[in-house]
Ligand binder design. Structure first.
Ligand SMILES: Nc1ncnc2c1ncn2[C@@H]1O[C@H](COP(=O)(O)OP(=O)(O)O)[C@@H](O)[C@H]1O
Ligand SMILES: [Mg+2]
Length: 251
């Protein structure tokens, strides 16, 4: 199994006292969809920010596609981030730009060599890929529904053809119907783009087990269990059993 990301004995403290990551080890498989689960405050978002190079580990190492991300100088880190497409809980669209302009933005920033006409073509293709109709392309984010905003955010994340897609709680706060739509969109996007590594932090256990190839459960800054969804149902670890029981009660 090839790894896209290797987290090697990573420790992180912000204040020099409390360790948020306490020796984390995790290999995230290349080309698979991996869900990161765990109770709130266990270090899921902090881990993602280390992968993105936004935080540096206090000790340990993070390799992304074979590169030690924490040692990259700022300008190379900026370039390296083109390997990532990121979608957070809020789609974080630019309010004063149209749907199409939002998706063009990363291309205009990072692919200045591409002629403007081609940029538009690429952006339109990504919007179609995530199922957004052309009639919405010239609208502002506040003129489209929440579901369409998510689709636009995903199209923007896909603009640079990233090898790694990262989702942090993409469905938190959404109603059940929209949640299912976004989960399916993540799964379809993952399947459609061959070889993409997808990493999704989710509080929604049911969705994580339904769509993920692999699941990692974090607890108190460490990986408690990594495996296939079925490994979680079979697990004898008390905290895993509790989390699974709690997650399944909501369905
Ligand atoms: N920038 C920061 N400075 C200090 N503490 C932080 C920072 N970011 C996160 N933390 C702390 O790290 C812990 C883990 O947070 P987080 O990774 O966001 O949890 P979650 O698993 O819910 O995503 C929390 O106790 C949080 O307060
Ligand atoms: Mg979080």
């Amino acid at each position: 199994m090839d790894s896209a990301i290797r987290i090697i004995d990573v420790k992180k403290t912000f204040d020099g006292n409390d360790f948020v990551l306490k020796g984390m080890n995790l290999d995230i498989p290349k080309g698979a969809l991996t869900a990161i689960i765990g109770f709130s405050g266990t270090g899921k978002s902090v881990m993602l920010k280390h992968i993105l190079g936004l935080f540096k580990p206090t000790s340990g190492k993070i390799e992304v596609l074979g590169t030690d991300i924490a040692t990259l100088p700022p300008d190379e880190l900026t370039k390296f981030r083109c390997h990532f497409g990121v979608l957070f809980q809020s789609a974080a669209l630019f309010d004063d730009m149209t749907v199409l302009e939002n998706v063009c933005f990363p291309l205009l920033e990072h692919r200045r060599e591409i002629p403007y006409k081609k940029v538009i073509e690429i952006a339109e293709e990504k919007l179609r890929l995530v199922g957004l109709d052309k009639k919405h392309f010239q609208k502002l984010p506040n003129q489209i529904s929440g579901g369409m905003q998510k689709r636009t955010g995903l199209a923007r994340a896909l603009a640079l053809d990233p090898e790694i897609l990262i989702y942090d709680e993409p469905t938190t706060g959404l109603d059940p119907i929209l949640t299912e739509m976004v989960d399916n969109l993540i799964l379809e996007t993952h399947k459609h783009i061959k070889g993409t590594t997808s990493i999704m932090v989710s509080h929604d256990l049911y969705a994580a087990f339904r769509i993920a190839d692999y699941v990692a459960m974090l607890d108190a800054g460490r990986v408690l269990l990594f495996g296939k969804p079925e490994d979680f149902y079979k697990s004898e670890i008390e905290l895993v059993k509790r989390f699974v029981a709690k997650g399944m009660k909501h369905q």
